[in-house]
Structure formats: structure tokens, C-alpha cells
Unconditional design. Sequence first.
Length: 218
Amino acid sequence: MKKVVCVHTAMALVGPLTELFKEHFPEVQVEHIAESSLIKEVIANNAVTPAVRRRLLDYYNAAADSGADIVFNTCSSVGDIADYGNSVARVPIFRIDLPMAQKAVSEAQRIGVISTLPTTLDPTCRLLRRCAEEAGRDVTLVEGLADGAFAAGQSGDSETHDRLIAEAAQHIAGDVDLFVLAQGSMARMEQRLSELTGKPVLSSPVLGIKGLKKYMNL
């Protein structure tokens, strides 16, 4: 059985991804490496610091040492480090948001990027532009930052978290054909935002797992 190690910068997706792998990709053994201080450091510095970069690369190689066949990088804020890791780690690194980005650029020209963290917007937009270039597509990206939603979610105020995301999406809905949710933890808003805006909404967890399964030819 092939082994997938998910590397997280927070704990939010550990449980949900474990269940999604059971449902969509039971052919693999799944383990997790998670360190919540990573995303806290990224947020505090409004950037991926050299220390975060070093620790992530260490985790990728620790996963290889544990027998992983591939690393599933689950945090879009550190997506650029996952891309770099592919050139230096001893196993492939697969970004959870790659299949979502590929699907988005294949289906829409005007794409709304919704995020609860400013540090996730830039890496997600870079990924979308790269995927568009690789596909020979011309896209326009419209950013929608749900300012304060991440803090609300961290404090347990899910109502405020969801309301701020909905407001950010509705604010730019008239300018886009499709939305992507920049963070996997926002996936539960997919259907609600589609109903509120009348636009397709993509999130990364299920698409990422299905894309990983295709990539691994299993």
C-alpha cells in the first residue's frame, strides 16, 4: 500500500482530510505531520519566514524518512515552499490546491479568489496564473479578502467567520464567473456561497485528493 503524508501548518484539516481520504482514496495509507505554530508565524510576519521554510522542508524529508511515497501539502499560504520542495525533497510534493486551480482556469475567465488570510491570496493567485499560462488561458483574478474571518474562526465564532466570507464573495460576485476558496478550511462554505451568488464555487480538499489519486495512478 502506498503511503501519503499530509503536512499541515494548522490542525483544522487533519480530521476532515482523514475522513475524505477514507471516502475518496482508501487505497493509500494516510499519516499527518502538523505544527500549528507555522501558520501563526506566517500570519505574524505577513509572509513565509526563513524559519517556516526550513521547518517545512525538514518535514517533507521527515515524511520521506518515514516511508512516504508522496507528501500532500495542505496549506495554500505555503504553496510556494511546496513547489520549491519538489526540487529538493526526496519524495514528490503535491499541493492540495493544484487541481482546484487547474479546474478553475479551464472553466472560467474571471475568477474570484476568496480568502480569510492575506498571506493566502498571493500564493493562490500565483498558482492560478501559472496554471492559466500552462493551459494557454487568459484569466482575470478578483481578490476577495474576508478580513477578520480567520480570527473569528480561531476563536470559535463560526457564525461571524461564515458571514464575513459570504460578504466578501457577494461584494465581488458581479465581477466574476466562478469562485475559488483559497483555504481548504473554507470548503464547508462552497454550497452556501454558490447559492448566495449564483456562481460556481470550487474548494480544494476533495478536488485535491482526487487529483492526487490521478497523479499517483491509483
